[in-house]
Ligand binder design. Structure first.
Ligand code: ADP
Ligand code: MG
Length: 462
């Protein structure tokens, strides 16, 4: 029974980097093999969730291959921690006597870091693929890229804090991990804490419950040389966490430690954020990351295909890049699905095949993406009535959503200006043209509007 697991691990070892293997797989403890299930144990929920999210497929595949039949791996949290942790290459899991709370914080435990330090700072799983090398730079992200690179080369000198904002799936997390990889390579002893605002909040709550706030503060204020906080907009409305983070921020900043934050909005636009934090977020450099242009989307696809050994003809790349505009994650997802589908079907990846394979997606989109569905979405977003958007009132609270809706209809449906005018309660085509122009102009200057429209575009069906 145990052999299945041992042989599965050997299979996995051959497929992932050594670093990954020791970080994510070596700490898994085999509990039992029953029927078609292999139960393994880890010490905390965070680690369990991470492994499930990222490696469930690989684990299932490896044990199935080892057993010669379909098997599933069940990763669970140990009920009681073992008195002595089994040896693992990196003590990623917190040891109960030292830190009861799961601590998904990165850290570069450099070779010289003391044992105690490593235990207090288990390595946070960095995605090995998210490096500067794999990040495709284009006009939409070159500022964010240059700024993160500058900070990696000269932490706490270049910009502090560095604040990067932009929509989902545009590479913010990728860049943060790239900074961590870069710093780790250049300065192995630097203590890098990568944490999402959500995780920071959870840890704080647990620390309060367990009366371990001292340890929590210590971890982020005294034992951190670089703080990378992902998705800082999640702090919105969380007063207690904001207060805690405010002191963390001050302590680190005063000690000239680098802080990088990402968010889906600018500091001004994060609702329910204490003024003092908002102002601190603006102390350094604020830069945006936008949806990539067509050429960048093609380059991202090509890079990804090369990395994954997918033979991607140009016309297929063009086709996909035209289809998926607003989110790199979905763009990559479409490529992966398409190539998997082609290989299952034993077909070549061609534009025809892509068209055929994605027909459902396209038809669905055409079916649901029309003037009415856009108006409805915009109305919901701005909290106004559909009937008002289609009406004639000129108050800005109505006319602004109306212009945005017209602009989106023009951009995302095949409708002509007169057709859009008719769809908006019988307006003249010149009204539609001028509304679209106005939005296009405003987009060049107005970051808030750009973020808003990108958010709406991501919600469009398909
Ligand atoms: P965000 O944190 O902004 O939501 P992620 O960093 O998670 O986005 O990126 C989503 C996916 O898209 C990841 O797989 C990432 O590697 C990929 N990606 C985004 N931008 C780029 C880029 N410019 N070059 C290569 N891959 C990218
Ligand atoms: Mg992210």
């Amino acid at each position: 029974m145990k052999e299945i697991w041992t042989s599965a691990l050997a299979g996995i070892r051959a497929r992932v980097t050594d670093e990954n293997f020791s970080t994510y797989f070596a700490p898994l403890r085999l509990v039992r093999v029953t029927g078609d299930s292999v139960d393994v144990e880890v010490d905390d929920e965070f680690f369990r969730d991470w492994v499930r999210e990222h490696y469930q497929g690989l684990l299932n595949e490896a044990v199935s291959a080892a057993a010669g039949q379909a098997m599933l791996v069940d990763v669970r949290v140990a009920e009681r921690r073992p008195a002595v942790s089994p040896p693992s290459v990196i003590p990623i899991v917190s040891v109960s006597a030292v830190t009861p709370a799961p601590v998904p914080v990165v850290v570069s435990g450099g070779a010289q870091a003391s044992g105690a330090e490593l235990m207090d700072f288990p390595a946070f799983p960095l995605n090995p693929v998210y490096t500067f090398e794999t990040f495709v730079v284009g006009p939409s992200n070159e500022m964010a890229h240059a700024a993160t690179l500058a900070v990696t080369q000269d932490p706490a000198r270049a910009f502090n804090p560095l604040f990067i904002y932009g929509g989902t799936g545009l590479g913010k997390t990728h860049l943060l991990h790239a900074v961590a990889h870069g710093l780790r390579a250049a300065q192995p002893n630097l203590r890098i804490c990568y944490v999402s605002a959500e995780e920071f909040t959870n840890q704080m709550i647990k620390s309060i419950q367990r009366q371990r706030m001292e340890a929590f503060r210590d971890r982020y204020r005294a034992r951190c040389d670089v703080l990378l906080m992902d998705d800082a907009h999640v702090l919105a409305g969380k007063e207690r966490t904001q207060e805690e983070f405010f002191y963390t921020f001050n302590a680190l900043h005063a000690a000239q430690k680098q802080i990088i934050l990402t968010s889906d909005k600018t500091p001004q636009d994060i609702p329910q954020l204490e003024e003092r934090l908002r102002s601190r977020f603006q102390w350094g450099l604020i830069t945006d990351i936008r949806a990539p242009q067509f050429e960048t989307r093609v380059a991202i696809l090509q890079t990804k295909a090369e990395r994954d050994g997918i033979d991607l003809p140009d016309d297929v790349a063009f086709y996909l890049a035209k289809l998926m505009r607003a989110n790199v994650r979905e763009l990559e997802g479409a490529l992966i699905r398409l190539s998997a589908y082609a290989s299952v079907r034993g077909r070549q990846l061609s534009a025809d095949f892509a068209h055929e394979a994605l027909r459902d997606l396209i038809e669905n989109r055409a079916r649901t993406l029309n003037i009415d569905s856009i108006v409805k979405l915009v109305a919901e977003h701005f909290d106004v009535k559909v009937i008002d958007i289609k009406g004639v009132r000129r108050h800005r609270a109505i006319s602004h959503p109306r212009s945005v809706a017209m602009y989106l209809c023009r951009k995302h449906t095949q409708s002509s200006y007169p057709q859009i005018g008719r769809g908006f309660g019988g307006k003249d085509h010149s009204t539609v043209i001028s509304a679209c122009r106005k939005v296009e102009h405003a987009l060049e200057e107005d970051h808030t509007l750009r973020t808003e429209i990108e958010a709406l575009e991501r919600k469009l069906p398909g």
